[in-house]
Design a protein around this ligand. Structure first.
Ligand code: NOJ
Ligand code: CA
Length: 669
């Protein structure tokens, strides 16, 4: 009786508004239900009959129109989208992510047309808001995007606290309801076994989202504001990023998803012959260890001589590139405004000569542009800096924003910085430069549209292990299932000398003395090597100093075969919060395979079948030397069966390299 009464009330209040629609994915695995209502609409999602999202309300509020009522016009015919495309580079090259697109049209007398576009994939849902039409506001301001994503509170969540300025954080594993305000990607495993991850795709001219429980305990988008509280400023039209919910039957489904990329616009760079994934070493770890400095002085790291040594090492061991940090002026005033000069070399560093030398040796020079967070100053200098690099034949640039966003009071992840990062990518494309962006907003798939945007940090990376309490092995094991779902990640793995805590040449800085911290890397050298395969980055760093690699035949061998330019990736084992084994097929036909464990011991078994190896492959396995855990052992491996059993020690790992041998010519008898 009570139910009937409520329904009648509902009908009387919104006679023509409430309509229900059901949209299935191409193979009918996901089903979306949408009900239009007085504030806009609510939606819910199921996968093979299991609930994924409970009813979730959408609404937008514009400044000056907080009470605006949108009238529902129509829902378009479902349109099939095949999302069949080839990447310039990636974990794999051929993508195919079919979806069904449905567009809901609303209108408002002064604000024009609002569309909510839904794409239902077999293993995902994506939707976005598009506001345009003649009447849409000039100089409009978005005051609130209240997008609910109502996950079920039964299961586990892996998440990091929401932060408007950093993603260099540890992750938490808790009951889902304990995740109250999170950065994305955030990952869930429901008690019905479904795996979910929430993130955004194609973030442009908008603010980054976090997810916050609203008063009813439902995740609702919370955007990073401008200093004055505006969320997004727009002129005549506003397109939100796609809100993406990935759905998996298991953890591998999440890792294999390419939907975030497929939701981005196609490649805008016509000639892509200059774009190439490479491995790299750097004048880098020594500064984090404090044995060298970014600033000029007796311990300056970036001298012409040291850069040449690094280039020689890279050329000898077939490492693609060399990053040089601290090569320019400004480092001695880090923290002040308008200090970093990305065109003037330090007095003991000759950029022109190093660029020439690197070219002569067939090694790519990666130029570092630290900004200290001062994006407006970098924007003034960017064109001339990029033009100079291009003239010198340089192709790779690493940018960084280690400092507060400017003007002070703005956030590193607000709309202003989203637009800045976009400007840098497009300017770099104009000068045919590839980018590695540190302290960036986490990727949202824009590298499909701008494939010169190679990689980004946005992660608590290796550097933290040099000058802080560091992080446990469970941190790196979780990265593929959390931050890694967003896109390429410059974690900068590959430390061979993991325990430097008592060596006197490593100096403490960054407050370690005060806190009595003895930093060290909390994973083993073999885990570090495996990370180079497991954590995807088309610019993959081997981060240790070259004098350490020099002492290891095994490392030198691995560096010479490892090329992060892949045609295919296979997930051989995956468990969120547990071990992961990933195989990547390089363009030259070599498979590199990395297995990493957590803080516990794991015995796992996986199959090689998906690699379709023929008898003409030679397999090598790299393991920890049981007698000297700080050393590695490389062995030829007999592959007797299609399954592999491995024991992963705490903080441990294993690496396999599978090399095709020239085919034997078989003669008939
Ligand atoms: C932080 C970056 O993540 C790191 O790679 C870089 O060395 C320092 N900033 C200095 O720019
Ligand atoms: Ca950083």
């Amino acid at each position: 009786m009570k139910f009937l009464f409520l329904s009648i009330l509902h009908l009387l209040a919104f006679p023509a508004l409430s309509k229900t629609f059901t949209i299935a994915s191409p193979n009918e695995m996901c089903e979306l239900k949408v009900e239009t209502n007085s504030t806009l609409l609510n939606y819910q999602l199921s996968y093979k009959g299991k609930t994924v999202l409970l009813p979730s309300q959408l609404s937008l509020q514009l400044k000056g129109y907080t009470k605006a009522k949108w009238d529902f016009d129509s829902c378009s015919q479902t349109k099939f989208m095949n999302h069949d495309w080839n990447a310039v580079w990636g974990q794999k090259i051929q993508m195919n992510d079919p979806s069904n697109l449905s567009v809901f049209h609303f209108h408002h007398p002064s604000l024009g047309m609002l569309k909510v576009e839904f794409q239902v994939f077999d293993k995902a849902l994506a939707f976005r808001y598009v506001l345009n039409g003649k009447a849409c506001l000039q100089n409009g301001v978005l005051e609130a995007e209240q997008t609910q994503i109502n996950v079920q509170n039964d299961g586990k969540a892996w998440w990091a606290w929401a932060d408007y300025n950093t993603q260099e954080q540890l992750f938490h594993e808790t009951a889902i309801q304990e995740a109250t305000w999170v950065n994305t990607p955030v990952t869930f495993r429901n008690s019905n076994g479904l795996h979910l991850a929430i993130h955004e795709a194609a973030l442009q001219k908008y603010a980054r989202m976090t997810l916050k429980r609203d008063s009813k305990g439902v995740f609702t988008t919370d955007l990073v504001p401008w200093k004055n509280g505006d969320l997004v400023r727009f002129n005549r039209s506003l397109t939100s990023p796609w809100r993406v919910i990935l759905v998996g039957e298991n953890a591998s489904d999440l890792l294999e998803s390419t939907i975030i990329l497929s939701l981005n616009e196609p490649n805008r760079i016509k000639n892509t012959t200059w774009i190439k994934p490479i491995s790299y070493i750097g004048i880098w770890w020594e500064m984090h260890l404090g044995t060298k400095t970014w600033t000029e002085g007796p311990n300056h790291g970036a001298t012409t001589e040291r850069a040449k040594q690094a280039i020689n090492f890279a050329a000898t061991h077939r490492v693609g590139g060399v990053l040089v940090e601290g090569w320019n002026t400004g480092w001695d005033r880090w923290g002040a405004d308008s200090v970093f000069d990305q065109t003037t070399s330090a007095s003991d560093y000759d950029l022109k000569e190093i660029a020439r030398y690197a070219k002569w040796k067939g090694v790519e020079l990666i130029v570092h542009c630290e900004t200290g967070g001062d994006a407006p100053f970098f924007e003034q200098r960017m064109d001339s800096a990029f033009a100079l690099y291009r003239r010198l034949g340089i192709r790779y640039v690493k940018t960084g924003y280690a400092g507060a966003a400017r003007p002070i009071g703005e956030h590193l992840f607000g709309q202003g910085m989203v637009e800045h990062f976009q400007k840098v990518v497009e300017t770099a494309a104009k000068y045919e430069l590839m980018l590695d962006v540190h302290e960036c907003i986490q990727p949202t798939g824009l590298e499909r549209t701008w494939p010169n945007l190679m990689t980004g940090e946005s992660v608590r990376g290796q550097e933290w292990e040099a000058w802080s309490a560091g992080h446990p092995a469970s941190h790196t094991a979780l990265l593929p299932f959390t931050r890694g779902l967003a896109g390429p990640m410059d974690y900068t793995p590959g430390i061979f000398d993991v325990d430097f805590s008592n060596r006197k040449e490593y100096t403490k800085w960054n407050g370690q003395e005060k806190e009595g911290i003895l930093p060290r890397v909390h994973t083993s050298p073999i885990h570090q090597m495996a990370l180079m395969v497991v954590l995807y980055s088309p610019l993959q760093m081997a981060a240790d100093v070259i004098s350490n690699y020099e002492q290891s035949q095994e490392w030198k061998w691995f560096l010479s075969v490892f090329q992060p330019d892949y045609v295919n990736t296979k997930i051989l084992y995956a468990e969120v919060g547990g071990p992961v084994v990933i195989a990547r097929e390089q363009k030259n036909g070599v498979w590199v395979v990395g297995a990493i464990g957590t803080d516990k011991t794991h015995e796992i078994e996986f199959s090689w079948d998906s690699l379709h190896l023929e008898e003409f492959h030679q397999t090598y396995v790299m393991v920890e030397n049981p007698k000297h855990p700080d050393q590695l052992l490389l062995r030829g491996a007999e592959k007797k069966s299609s399954t592999e059993k491995v024991v992963l020690q705490p903080g441990g790992g294993t690496v396999w390299v599978i090399i095709p041998r020239p085919k034997r010519i078989l003669f008939d008898d």
